[in-house]
Design a protein around this ligand. Structure first.
Ligand SMILES: Nc1nc2c(ncn2[C@@H]2O[C@H](COP(=O)(O)OP(=O)(O)OP(=O)(O)O)[C@@H](O)[C@H]2O)c(=O)[nH]1
Ligand SMILES: [Mg+2]
Length: 197
């Protein structure tokens, strides 16, 4: 849920990275963390297992410029992609303003991508969030992999509406900021279009 603080002139939004296990969600946020100016970022909070799989969430607040004199603050979360953390994913979806789906481009991960798309749609429906109007970006990650599907094949399987589709190699930082910018733009446009603001 977008919150607007009139006293501090700040707008805060929540963006969640969703997707299958080991798809590269945490790598996206880590890259953003490393590349962001210290004055613009908060702490990167990570709760993970000994093998660096996200256990509950990764979270980082990030300041991304101003609109009409208001500072825009984005809170970035990643869900744990392992199947059995479904309950944690549901908690993290609560109150979100935008989603970035990080798909794994490997041929053998397509089933896992589709499973997670359905898991995401299920959780959104549980909170009565309308996917049709929700800011949503599809990231095709791991484009450096060997056994990967073509962009067209992936789009055929995974595009759900008219969302921006961005190719990435998250652990090298390729496509990471383009993805975040696309999502931020959609969230801020959505905010402007809402009549009750
Ligand atoms: N080759 C390659 N490896 C990547 C890419 N993106 C991430 N990785 C690696 O894939 C592994 C998993 O990445 P994470 O970012 O931890 O994946 P995750 O989606 O957060 O995984 P969970 O927390 O378990 O859901 C790490 O070893 C990353 O370095 C990529 O584009 N190409
Ligand atoms: Mg993770």
């Amino acid at each position: 849920m977008v919150t607007i603080n009139l006293a501090t002139k700040e707008i805060s939004c929540k963006i969640v990275y969703y997707g299958p296990g080991l798809g590269g969600k945490t790598s996206n946020v880590e890259h953003i963390y490393k590349q962001s100016d210290p004055s613009a970022k908060g702490k990167l909070v990570k709760l993970d297992t000994e093998t660096e799989r996200t256990l509950f969430f990764d979270f980082m607040p990030l300041q991304l410029g101003e609109i009409r004199g208001f500072k825009t603050r984005f809170h970035l979360y990643t869900v744990p992609g392992q199947i059995f953390y479904k309950a944690s994913r549901k908690l993290i979806v609560r109150g979100l303003d935008g989603i970035i789906f990080v798909a794994d481009s490997h041929f053998e991960r397509m089933d896992a991508n589709i499973l997670m798309v359905n898991d995401m749609l299920e959780h959104l429906a549980e909170y009565n969030l309308n996917f049709r109007t929700l800011p949503y970006v599809l990231q095709l990650n791991k484009r450096d992999g060997r056994n990967i599907l073509s962009v067209d094949e992936m789009k055929r399987e995974l595009v759900l509406k008219n969302e921006p589709v961005i190719e990435a190699v998250a652990n090298q930082g390729i496509g990471v900021f383009d993805t975040l910018k696309a999502a931020a733009r959609l969230v801020l446009t959505d905010l402007k279009n809402r009549k009750h603001y």
